[in-house]
Design a protein around this ligand. Structure first.
Ligand SMILES: [Zn+2]
Length: 397
């Protein structure tokens, strides 16, 4: 057997062991049974992973049959990655433990006119004190991202941007991704979802669609930019055209509608506060949005037929008030019987979800490589989505 083959088998076996342990603590005997590897091989690999500080030994089990064993689990905080969201109003930066725990998060705002160079310089300054340590930094943008290029982000007013020169100074591996696509990938990574639409609704609207285990990108990376679906409306969109769906469903329009009803809220936080206090106009504006979102989900259901819709972005925080009108509207407008009760839930990470998605790009790659992470990014495999979807067993799916 060639040396390369031995290395590859070692990676696959380590990946299988880490993948099973992601689901919960197991003994060496459990791992041998689940992976089909000989007990001696499992012991050798487990020793290796213990020495690297990736695993920890916990309590002993005493099963009714067989010998007692020691439970192994992934050591908390053994590895982590940084994730960032460059959003319309501001930036979120966080560190995500390999088990999915947000270790810390930091947010800062920007005036709208601040350009990409200045925003990435600030991000670099914030990242610098945390290096070395993280596996990498995955950051998201609200626009069409293809490899290291941002083609268009209407709500930022950025277009045709080569990110590479802006990222050269970063002292760790960096990857850029669309916010909705990164969020959808994180659902695959954490929950093994194979058919899912991840809706990012804040100022803008986009979806990340995973269909039969693959992230949809389309020919030019624009698949999922449904906020720019043309409708009958006459409002001008940030992209310069009239009638985009985002001008109706975007949360800027929610505030405008609330004002038109005679309400007063300077921003979404204020509107949410008023909804919590039961202010009638705030609840009415949100109900109206929920009804429109229900119709939109009925459309998404015939376009992509997801098994689950996750609502992220700022809308995740409005979800308790959006939910009832949204479900009612979906039930009324669904095309198929099966779509009437399409599961819809808010993101568990709330507005941190895109940054979590960014960090999970690197965590998924780490697991895929069986924890055999090289410090030099070129040695860490191909493009991350190939890694994330290459073999679903590696993701514990
Ligand atoms: Zn548009």
């Amino acid at each position: 057997m060639r040396k390369g083959d031995t290395q590859e088998i070692r990676r696959l076996n380590r990946r299988a062991i880490l993948g099973y342990l992601r689901k919960g603590p197991l003994t060496r005997a459990d791992l041998s049974r689940l992976t089909g590897l000989a007990k001696s091989a499992v012991s050798r690999l487990v020793d290796e992973l213990l020495q690297e500080g990736l695993l920890e030994e916990g309590a002993s089990t005493s099963p009714p049959l067989g010998r007692p064993g020691t439970l192994l689990h992934l050591r908390p905080r053994a590895r982590f990655a940084l994730g960032a969201e460059l959003g319309v109003e501001g930036t979120v930066l966080l560190a995500l433990d390999w088990r999915g725990e947000v270790l810390w998060a930091k947010e800062w705002r920007h005036p709208r006119e601040v350009g990409p160079k200045e925003r990435l310089e600030r991000l670099l300054a914030e990242v610098w004190p945390h290096v070395p340590g993280p596996l990498g930094l995955g950051f998201t943008l609200p626009g069409v991202v293809v490899e290291d290029r941002l083609l268009l982000a209407p709500n930022l007013g950025w277009r045709g941007l080569d990110l590479k020169p802006l990222l050269q100074e970063f002292p760790l591996p960096v990857a850029a991704e669309n916010d909705a696509k990164a969020s959808a990938l994180s659902e695959v990574f954490f929950h093994g979802e194979a058919n899912l639409a991840y809706l990012v609704l804040s100022t803008g609207l986009g979806v990340g669609v995973v269909a039969e285990g693959r992230l949809l990108r389309g020919a030019g990376g624009a698949a999922g930019e449904v906020g720019h679906w043309l409708g009958q409306g006459g409002k001008t969109c940030a992209c310069g055209r009239r009638g985009c769906l985002e001008t109706e469903l975007g949360l800027g329009n929610l505030l405008a509608h609330h004002q038109a009803l005679g309400g007063q809220a300077e921003d979404l936080e204020a509107l949410l506060r008023q909804a919590k206090e039961g202010e009638a106009k705030a609840l009415e504006a949100i109900r109206h949005l929920g009804e429109a979102l229900g119709r939109f989900l009925a459309n998404l259901a015939v376009a992509y037929d997801p098994a689950l819709v996750v609502v992220g972005g700022k809308a995740a925080e409005l979800f308790p008030y959006l939910e009832a009108p949204l479900r009612q509207s979906l039930r009324t407008h669904a095309f198929l019987e099966a779509h009437r009760d399409l599961p819809v839930r808010p993101s568990v990470y709330g507005h941190l979800a895109p940054a979590v998605g960014g960090a999970s790009l690197f965590l998924a790659r780490f697991f895929e490589l069986g924890g055999l992470w090289a410090e030099r990014p070129r040695r860490n495999g191909g493009r991350y989505e190939e890694v994330a979807f290459g073999d679903r067993r590696g993701l514990g799916a």
